[in-house]
Design a protein around this ligand. Structure first.
Ligand SMILES: *Cc1c(COP(=O)(O)O)cnc(C)c1O
Length: 404
């Protein structure tokens, strides 16, 4: 039996007040909250074994290196990568995407094509535009429908032997839609294209098996799954990571340096120039351990229950419209009140201690599709409750009364 009260005790921030009201944190799609276990891990690192890794002969450096590499192993096992050296530590999803885009800039030709989806986060659009500008490669977009789903029949038409790369998010951060990535990966491979999946929004809800998906690259951020900010991971198939040139030059990523020539270090260090976020990497591992202890099946079932409950309750409010109504979606609700700006709703909710996101959610093309300036987005995590959803519903009713 899922004990929500015990889970909530793990998150100290959930007992604070905001503007005189108990905090209701519904901005989980932007960043998740941090359990005591991860906070303790961070304190432990700086209190007991803070040292640079992979360099020192001294004990502290050894300890820090061992813990950092152990975290890499935890990440490898969680995503079921074949090798630990296929896991590259990054500063987050954005960094991972840029690393791959930069690598491909030397592999692409003018007649090549890249396919992205209409549901992408800006961090999954802009790097490809930059890449296409520098290589002359064409960017094609899989369109979306009213439910906020990708029109997969159009994807089939866009694919050709010119397609070299396909980039899609696993789950849309703005609408919560779960995309059919297994199908997309299979189809892309049939024409010889590589696939990068942005898993930032999927990782807090779903346990992903990169070998089962046969995906070429998969990226994620720790801060969306109970870890700290500024750390994330790039999974890449060994053959691809060997093919891509390094992203940044510096210490840690070299085997030998003279002024004539530098040879690069083996994977994963080839892509990890400079002193990394050591503490963050270790805490990322602890966050994964924490979430696996709660259990991803339990998390998915509980969050789906919250989603169904909140959807039903919110739709009882007259003039409220939900954007993104795919049957395959996670616990994200993007909505607007008729004739009222999302920002105004968000401001009133904040006065009541309820944290939601308002705006375009780094996904402007989706807002353009619906011809709206933005939405109010409430996104739920496994530590939220139905009582909190009731508070949101009351808050939205209050906002509607005050603003209409
Ligand atoms: C949050 C998010 C990103 C960006 O993650 P960063 O941690 O800011 O790099 C990219 N894509 C999706 C779908 C996201 O939800």
């Amino acid at each position: 039996m899922y004990n929500i009260e015990n889970i909530r005790k793990d998150f100290p921030i959930l007992s604070r007040k905001v503007n005189g009201n108990p905090l209701v944190y519904f901005d989980n799609a932007a960043t998740s909250q941090t359990p005591q276990q991860v906070i303790d891990c961070i304190v432990d690192y700086y209190s007991n074994y803070n040292a640079n890794i992979h360099r020192g002969v001294h004990s502290l450096s050894q300890e820090a290196t061992d813990k950092y590499e152990q975290a890499r192993k935890t990440i490898q096992q969680h995503f079921n990568a074949k090798h630990t050296h296929e896991i590259i530590f990054t500063s987050g999803t954005t960094h991972g995407i840029n690393l791959v885009a930069n690598g491909f800039s030397s592999l692409l030709k003018k007649e090549d094509e890249i396919i992205v989806s209409a549901l992408e986060h800006h961090s999954n659009i802009v790097p490809w535009q930059m890449l296409c500008n520098s290589t002359g490669t064409t960017l094609r977009v899989i369109p979306m429908n009213d439910q906020g789903e990708l029109v997969i029949s159009e994807f089939d038409k866009l694919l050709s032997t010119n397609t070299k790369l396909v980039f899609v998010n696993h789950i849309s951060n703005a609408l919560g839609t779960i995309n059919p990535i297994k199908y997309i990966i299979e189809k892309a491979h049939q024409v010889g294209a590589a696939v990068l999946i942005d898993g930032a929004q999927a990782c807090p809800h779903i346990k992903t098996d990169v070998q089962e998906l046969d995906v070429d690259f998969y990226v994620a951020s720790a801060h969306k799954m109970c870890g700290p900010t500024g750390i994330g991971m790039l999974y890449g198939k060994e053959e691809w990571l060997k093919k891509l040139p390094p992203y940044q030059g510096g210490g840690e990523m070299i085997a030998e340096v003279t002024f004539e020539k530098t040879t690069y270090a083996d994977l994963p260090h080839k892509f990890e120039a400079g002193t990394p976020n050591i503490c963050g990497g270790i805490a990322f591992g602890t966050a994964l351990d924490y979430m696996n202890t709660v259990g991803f099946d339990t998390i998915a079932a509980y969050e789906n229950d919250l989603l169904q409950y909140a959807t039903k309750k919110l739709l009882e409010i007259g003039g409220l419209k939900i954007y993104g109504t795919s049957k395959q979606k996670t616990s994200v609700i993007s909505f607007n009140l008729e004739g009222i700006h999302p920002y105004d709703v968000g401001t009133i909710l904040d006065k009541l201690g309820i944290a939601v996101r308002t705006g375009h959610h780094c996904a402007q093309p989706i807002m353009d599709f619906y011809k709206i300036p933005g939405t109010v987005r409430a996104s739920f995590a496994f530590y939220n409750t139905k009582a909190e959803i009731d508070a949101l519903v009351e808050g939205v009713k209050k906002a509607k009364m005050m603003l209409s």
